[in-house]
Design a protein around this ligand. Sequence first.
Ligand SMILES: *Cc1c(COP(=O)(O)O)cnc(C)c1O
Length: 247
Amino acid sequence: MNDNADQLIIEQNISLIRQRIMAACRKAGRDSADVQLLLATKTVPAERIQLALAVGETLTGENKVQELKEKAGVLDSLPVERHFIGHLQTNKIKEVLKYVNCIQSIDRMELAEKLDARLQFEQKTLDIFVQVNTSFEESKFGAHPDQALSLIEQLGTLKTLRIRGLMTIGLFDADPEKVRPSFRLLREIRDAAISGGLLSSAQNGLSMGMSGDLETAIEEGSTIVRVGTAVFGKRQYPDSYYWNENK
Ligand SMILES: *Cc1c(COP(=O)(O)O)cnc(C)c1O
């Protein structure tokens, strides 16, 4: 496919996603300005990401530090906010910090403490989301819902980390109604954290919803939907490649 055709397809796909976001907000009685679109760009070459940025998008998410590194040459000079949305190993902390504005996958104190130490050394702060495993599936990362509040409380003691809210992947199912309880649980945990004083009312972000279930996520309060396939097309690797341990 040539670049012009690809540009057109990406532009149309983004326009469709924007319409879906607006329709879902209207239905839920929410302001669409309160829902951000994050482009999930795993496996997508930098040149194609650039096409999406040319349409006016400004927020991307990567799952692997290696991919951030490979695409940095092209993307570093562009106005883009990059988030890390994949499983983060502690030995990649130094590297990931070269590229991202935010890490959405903070799910354990060991990781957070090492991140905090590195940030102190660099005299920087970083936006984060606390990832919760709302589907109770073994193969997915994220803090167990029962431990989420205590993790949030402990994270509050690390001064370099600015919690923006919570993130979840949710149950992996093509039926959005089956995923809804995951989204609802994340919202309930956030609400409990705010009413318990562990988070301020400004730390109310909910990063949830993907190509197949963003409407449901918006109904349940999502403030960031993370969309890959519906913008860039099907990926070559199954998502388990990105979501499972030791990959
Ligand atoms: C791949 C991915 C997405 C996007 O999924 P799509 O179904 O392609 O929209 C969202 N969040 C995370 C963490 C992902 O790895």
